[in-house]
Every structure is written in C-alpha cells, then in structure tokens.
Design a binder for this molecule. Structure first.
Ligand code: ATP
Ligand code: MG
Ligand code: FE
Length: 332
C-alpha cells in the first residue's frame, strides 16, 4: 500500500512516499525568498509552492523508487495554514487522485505534527501528552489514539515560535529568527537578564507580554549604549530562550500532574530548539516521565508526518471527496 503525501501549509513545499507504514522518501523545498521581508509573504509563498510542487513530487517518487501507477492514495494538508499555500497542495492532490483514479485523504496539519512520533521508534504509548510548539500554534494535546486527540491547553495570543521570531526581529536578526536565538543562546548565560513569566489560567499560555517586555528592555538599554545588543547578544538570546522554555515546561508539568500521564512528547518547529530539548530531557528524568523528542527533520514542516497521518486514515477508510476545500483555521 503506497501513499503520496503533500504538505504546503506555509513556506515549505514537501512531498513524501509511505509504503505499508514506512516512510520511503521525504523531500522538503524551503522558500528562502521570505527572508528579505522579515516574514512569510503569503502571495510569494503560493507562487513558490506552484513552482516547486511538480519537481518535489517527482523527486519524492524517484527517491522512493515508486511509480505513480503503483500509488494507492494521495494525501494533502487541508489546514490550518495560509489559504493560497494550501490551495496549491490541495489542487495538485485532487488533480493527481482524479487522474490516477485513487482515493484522496485530507490531513490536519497539527494532528500530523503529533503523528510525526509514529514515523520511527521509539513510539509513545497511549494516552500521551504532546506539547505542540510551532510558528502558528502552542498546544498541549491529550492523545488517546492516532486520530483521537484533544487540546487541553493553548495560547490566547502569539504562538511560542512567533515569540522566538519576533524577539529575533527586535534583535535585528534575519527571519526566521528562532534557530538563530537557539544558536547564540548556546554561548550565553540564561540568567543574565530576567523577563516576566506570564500568569495564565489552567493549561493556557500567553506570549504577547514577553515580546513587549523585550521591546522595552532593549529600548531602555540601548538609550545610553547603542551597542548594547551586539555586546550582549548571547546573554540576551539565552535569557529569552530560558524564559520561553520555562513557560512551556511549567504548563507541561501541570498537565502531567493533572492528567497523571507520564508519557510526554514534543512536536512542531520549536521542538527543534536545543534549550527546550535539553530542559525537557532533564525535567523528564526528575519527574519519572518517558520523553519523546522527534528527529530534527520531523520537527519543522514535512510531508512525512502528513503521510503518517494519512496511513491511519487509510486503515479506517477515511477518505475525502473531490469537493473538499482547504480550511485556514481547521480544528480537530
Ligand atoms: P504551524 O505548524 O503552527 O502551522 P509552521 O508550520 O510555520 O506553523 P513549523 O514549521 O512547525 O511552524 O515551525 C516553524 C517555527 O519553528 C518558526 O517559528 C521557527 O522560528 C521555529 N523554530 C525552528 N527551529 C527552532 C529552534 N531551533 N529554536 C527555536 N525556534 C525554532
Ligand atoms: Mg516554515
Ligand atoms: Fe507546522
């Protein structure tokens, strides 16, 4: 059983081939054009997807040594994401499914981030908690089964990835700044500067306050010393990263206590952050959790995770019709 999966929700065009539950290929074309604008420009993203999609799919099939005619289903990301970007993947998937006369499978991008944990062992046992942290979302998800998930905590405003990227922008670092904060933080002192931890009810998060706090902190400190940022870049990055990681892990600890679940996973682009990965590993040891951290290439957007989600849908005959349209705000 072969599935071709396509991911085009934001600024990565990706295609993957899965055969009987095993990923055979996972091709990702990142869009570098957005860097000069300091963020993803939706219209440019749609155009780049349009340019990349055919070569990326061809490469995925070639790498997997699977021909179009031996595909059994085509999967695509229905949402959430940018409408123009989603439309490219959805239209391509529909056209190919129609031409090959095979079923179409729609996938929720946020469920797929969680299901990236099933691409390769070790695989978490149900029920588990997944902290999904990405450019557009911050969620604590209670995962009862592959396709049975409930969001038990989430952000009221910015996503944590956005907090990383916006902080980086304030530090004059190029987009996307999350990985650069991570890089500079490795040489800095995480306790050099203090930023306030937001107080939110229950398992929810807020990341808009810290952005403002950083803005004022930089404004005050650069007033008399315009070189303040350059002189303290590593310490500032380490302190910002430390604060964001503390906010995430504080709520994760609470979620584990309230649910009694000790199988803990992280997913999404920010799970590539080295500070989060090491702090979670350490906390897991202290708390007696079994911690699951995906390989780097399965943290940020990729079609392998879409293929994995499609695999479980295929097994349950959960197919979608040719009338389906993308949903920028799709929930699960
Ligand atoms: P969503 O999944 O919510 O639709 P998205 O698909 O844009 O959003 P991902 O590709 O999963 O998000 O993740 C991108 C985010 O991950 C960006 O905000 C980026 O800065 C952040 N990120 C990637 N690597 C790191 C890192 N090492 N440290 C911190 N943040 C990182
Ligand atoms: Mg991206
Ligand atoms: Fe994503």
């Amino acid at each position: 059983m072969n599935i071709l999966a396509i991911e085009s929700s934001c600024d990565e065009t990706s295609a993957a081939v899965l055969s009987n539950g095993t990923i055979l290929s996972n091709v990702i074309a990142a869009q570098l054009i957005h860097e000069q604008y300091g963020g993803v420009v939706p219209e440019l993203a749609s155009r780049a997807h349009q340019q990349h999609i055919v070569p990326v799919v061809e490469r995925a099939l070639t790498d997997a040594k699977v021909s179009k005619n031996s595909l059994n289903a085509i999967a695509f990301t229905r949402g959430p994401g940018l409408l123009g970007s989603l439309l490219v993947g959805a239209s391509f998937a529909k056209a190919l499914a129609l031409a090959l006369q095979i079923p179409l499978i729609e996938v929720n991008h946020m469920q797929a981030h969680v299901l990236a944990h099933f691409i390769e062992p070790p695989v978490p046992a149900f029920p588990f908690l997944c902290l999904t942290v990405s450019g557009g979302h911050t969620q604590i998800v209670l995962v009862r089964d592959h396709l049975d998930m409930e969001i038990i905590g989430q952000t009221h405003d910015d996503a944590v990835g956005e907090a990383f990227d916006k902080s980086a922008k304030l530090l004059n670092l190029p987009y996307p700044g999350g990985p650069l904060i991570d890089k500079y933080a490795q040489q800095g002192n995480p306790l050099a500067f203090r930023f306030p931890l937001a107080e939110m009810p229950g398992l929810d998060f807020s990341f808009s306050g810290i952005k403002t706090a950083i803005l004022y902190f930089l404004r005050d400190n650069t007033k008399d010393n315009p070189a303040f940022i350059e002189q303290n870049l590593a310490d500032i990055c380490a302190s910002i990263q430390y604060t964001l990681v503390q906010m995430l892990l504080g709520k994760l600890k609470r979620a584990a206590r309230e649910t009694g679940i000790h199988e803990i996973a992280i997913a999404g682009g920010v799970s590539a952050n080295s500070g989060l990965r090491s702090a979670l590993t350490q906390l897991g040891r202290e708390q007696g959790w079994t911690v699951y951290i995906p390989r780097f290439e399965y943290c940020t957007d990729n079609a392998a995770m879409i293929a994995m989600a499609a695999h479980y849908k295929y097994l349950r005959n959960e197919f979608t019709s040719q009338e389906v349209s993308p949903m920028p705000r799709l929930e699960f």
